[in-house]
Design a protein around this ligand. Structure first.
Ligand code: GLY
Ligand code: MN
Ligand code: MN
Length: 376
């Protein structure tokens, strides 16, 4: 682990503790999650064992963050994180008493505590039993604003992930009529292989290859349907670099002419996306960006067919704050990264979505994806 990385995570923990004090909270309790990864660099899948990370708000030195982990993880977390205080429990012991003692040691049993938004109920239930007089909230209440603004290391990873996915888009266009007759699943696997060849690591999320009527279901995934000549195919995929994902969509037509209205619909979506990107600048609200895309689609008469928000923040989680949605009056800040992904979905016929990631800059925004947005 480089010193630079060590500093990044220690600095994030200090800023997290400071945020807890700002929002008048006594402590944060994470379990294996992207928030744990953000604060420690340690990425693990959750399982049935108690694996907790307690970040007290108090800023005196003896009250630093504590990792409370199954013994089998001890060597891993000591070498892969810079968290100084690591406590362990062993299979065969009941960890709940130790959790109660830990919270008592930090004076948190009757505190105002935040838990990871994704923490499994079995652990939140145990924490409630261990701290019956505490009050509870969600980690995102304090940590999401920190995570929303990306630093240079995070942006470098996301640029590289976006470049790998953009290169796969170029490969996909070259496939042309050869895509006709492939199943959606075969094409999804082919895309993931291309992203890996171009420097990505795996799929950032289950890729979407929605051919013909399947494209009208925005989160279709992929299946055994064969791609037909001239059908619009919604291709939504991303990969990861250094843990950070990309997320972009192109709607392509392979080996034939599309349905009559398709070219016009694609142009409306393209204009909606451009209008939303143009609306991105520091101080603009997330709702205003959503409105910019929606106005173009409504004016073209397809308002009812744009069935989702315009975008979502992207970081270690593919979907995180800020959400680009009506009613979100949060002001955009430099360093925020989010998707801009308007779409039009005609049930039983086809869908069309164009998605790119943007990062808010000091005076506007920069697109992270540059691959051709056309449908041919
Ligand atoms: N994977 C769906 C999306 O773009 O958010
Ligand atoms: Mn997507
Ligand atoms: Mn997206």
């Amino acid at each position: 682990m480089s010193d630079e990385i060590e500093d990044v995570h220690a600095d994030r923990r200090e800023r997290a503790a400071s945020r807890l004090r700002d929002v008048d909270v006594d402590g944060l309790i994470c379990f294996p999650s992207r928030t744990l990864e953000y604060l420690t660099g340690f990425a693990a899948e959750p399982d049935e064992r108690h694996f907790l990370f307690v970040v007290p708000a108090a800023d005196h030195a003896c009250d630093g963050p504590v990792l409370f982990v199954p013994r089998l993880y001890e060597s891993q977390v000591r070498t892969e994180t810079t968290v100084a205080d690591v406590r362990t429990w062993t299979d065969g012991d009941d960890p709940t008493e130790a959790v109660r003692d830990l919270l008592a040691e930090y004076g948190l049993r009757d505190g105002r505590l935040l838990v990871d938004d994704t923490m499994w109920a079995r652990f939140t239930q145990n924490l409630r039993a261990a701290a019956p007089d505490a009050t509870w909230g969600l980690a995102s209440d304090a940590i999401a604003p920190l995570r929303a603004r990306k630093d240079d290391t995070e942006l470098a990873a996301m640029r590289a992930a976006a470049a790998a996915a953009d290169a796969a888009v170029t490969d996909l266009r070259c496939l042309g009529a050869d895509a006709v007759g492939m199943t959606e699943t075969e094409l999804a696997d082919w895309i993931v292989d291309r992203m890996e060849e171009r420097g990505g690591r795996g799929a950032a999320f289950g890729p979407i290859v929605g051919s013909g009527p399947n494209g009208a279901k925005p989160h279709h995934g992929h299946g055994d349907r064969e791609i037909g000549a001239g059908e619009p195919v919604v291709c939504d995929f991303g990969t990861r670099v250094d843990g950070y994902p990309s997320d972009q969509t192109r709607t392509l037509v392979f080996g034939g002419d599309p349905p009559e209205t398709y070219a016009e619909i694609h142009e409306v979506v393209r204009e909606a996306q451009a209008a939303a990107v143009d609306a991105v600048e520091p101080g603009a609200t997330a709702a205003a960006v959503d409105r910019a895309a929606r106005t173009v689609i409504e004016d073209a008469g397809y308002g009812d067919a744009f069935v989702h928000r315009t975008g979502h923040g992207v970081g270690l989680d593919v979907h995180e704050e800020p959400y680009i949605v009506a009613g979100n009056d949060r002001a955009l800040e430099p360093g925020m990264v989010f998707s801009v992904e308007p779409g039009i979905y005609l049930d039983g016929r086809f869908g069309c979505r164009i998605e790119d990631l943007v990062v808010v800059t000091d005076d506007g925004c920069e697109r992270l994806n540059e691959a051709d947005r056309g449908w041919r």
